[in-house]
Design a protein around this ligand. Structure first.
Ligand code: ADP
Ligand code: MG
Ligand code: ZN
Length: 378
């Protein structure tokens, strides 16, 4: 009989902070689906030499909301760093991010799965800037789009759109605390709920405003030491997150049970073939030549500001869920479905306020018939 393996999963979640303007300049943050390419770009986010970044105060406030909702400790002083690498979507040749001193650390998210309640630790929450968007296409498509001007139909072309370059991005890194695909999915969904509750992100996955990277390893059941992990980049949907993680758990378990070893590497996910593929061997921090960003002072958030943000937070999904179960006697299932969205939860409470209906049957009607109708109506 082959030994059983336990999966170990840690997630890195990137969420755009949907502020009015970008992280370090006054360009607008625009909906990628309704703007012409390269219309929200200035010398700062286009990486022109001699320009200087200025931190967007509202982006810091949005980041604080999320970090506090995740019960993190806020570092009153955090430091921006340069992460150096070349790619056509990164005009400066480096990304401004936070490295050794992030904005927040040591948080947690409580999740509910089919096996009960679990706490997933959040290692860090830090601020950075998004990159531009590349669109790869065949020469034939490019020729058709440009009405004949690229003359080589054989060669592939890549279009560069810098509207997204410099949009504030929050990175939320978990500890390797998840041990099933379900836990990874529920954690990712829980983060999306929180981002929407505190009104920093629309949660529109199909627009790419939340993206996942999954770190996956397996180890023999009972083993305490972590196995060698892979990192799967650019997972843009819950479905991709689940499929890619499942694929890796199976692949790595087979490698180990055949007596092989797992290589530590960075993988991509092919949505069509439904398999991971090797992108590169795992990069190390020193490959990026991180150093403190000389154009920005340390970021200092004063305790009064942190307190103000904390007091302004709404009731969060987990607390609301607990209250719905105890106050209205709802089933755990109905309560968890109702709190997925703040608007639905508010709607339920308003309707439950009239004594003519029982809260329980109201909840069942909403998560049953009403949700079914809403789905049908798109
Ligand atoms: P890096 O910055 O190189 O990506 P980190 O040590 O910061 O590496 O870890 C990134 C993510 O990988 C975290 O979410 C962490 O929980 C997860 N992780 C680390 N080791 C493992 C492992 N052996 N198996 C699964 N996930 C892991
Ligand atoms: Mg990583
Ligand atoms: Zn700009």
């Amino acid at each position: 009989m082959s030994p059983a393996y336990e999966p170990v999963i840690g997630l890195e979640v990137h969420a755009e902070l949907q502020t009015q303007s970008k992280m370090f300049c006054t360009c607008r943050v625009i909906d990628p689906t309704d703007a012409e390419p390269n219309t929200a770009v200035c010398p700062v986010c286009a990486g022109m030499p001699g320009t200087l970044p200025v931190v967007n105060r509202m982006a810091v406030e949005f980041a604080l909301r999320v970090a506090l909702a995740l019960e993190c400790t806020i570092n009153e002083t955090s430091v921006f760093a340069r992460k150096n690498y070349f790619y056509p979507d990164l005009p400066k040749g480096y990304q401004i991010t936070q490295y050794e001193q992030p904005l927040a650390e040591h948080g947690r998210l409580i999740i509910h799965t089919s096996t009960g309640e679990r706490t997933i630790r959040v290692r860090r929450v830090h601020l950075e800037e998004d990159t531009g968007k590349l669109t790869h296409m065949s020469g034939a498509t490019a020729v058709a789009m440009a009405e004949g001007s690229p003359d080589n139909t054989e060669r592939p072309y890549t279009l560069v759109d810098l509207n997204r370059a410099g949009v504030p991005l929050l990175e939320i890194v978990s500890e390797p605390d998840m041990h099933s695909i379900e836990e990874a999915r529920v954690y990712a969904e829980g983060l999306r709920e929180i981002l929407r509750y505190v009104e920093v992100n629309s949660g529109d996955m199909e627009k790419g405003v939340i993206r996942f990277e999954a770190n996956v390893s397996v180890r023999p059941v009972g083993e305490l030491e972590l196995g060698k992990r892979v990192e799967i980049k650019n997972l843009n949907s819950f479905r991709a997150l689940e499929r890619a993680t499942a694929f890796e758990i199976e692949r790595q378990s087979k490698v180990l049970s055949d007596g092989g070893h797992v290589d530590q590497e960075t993988l991509g996910w092919d949505d069509i073939k439904e398999q991971t593929y090797s992108q590169r061997s795992k990069e190390e921090a020193h490959d990026y030549r991180y150093f403190p960003e000389p154009d920005l002072p340390p970021l200092v958030v004063d305790p009064a500001w942190i307190d103000r943000v904390r007091l302004g937070l709404p009731e969060l999904p987990h607390a609301k869920y607990k209250r719905f179960v105890s106050e209205y006697g709802l089933t755990e299932y109905a309560a968890s479905r109702l709190v997925e969205s703040r608007r639905v939860a508010d709607y339920f409470e308003q309707a439950a306020g009239s004594d003519s209906v029982s809260a329980r049957s109201l909840a069942n009607w909403i998560v049953g018939e009403l949700f079914a109708l809403a789905n049908l109506a798109g």
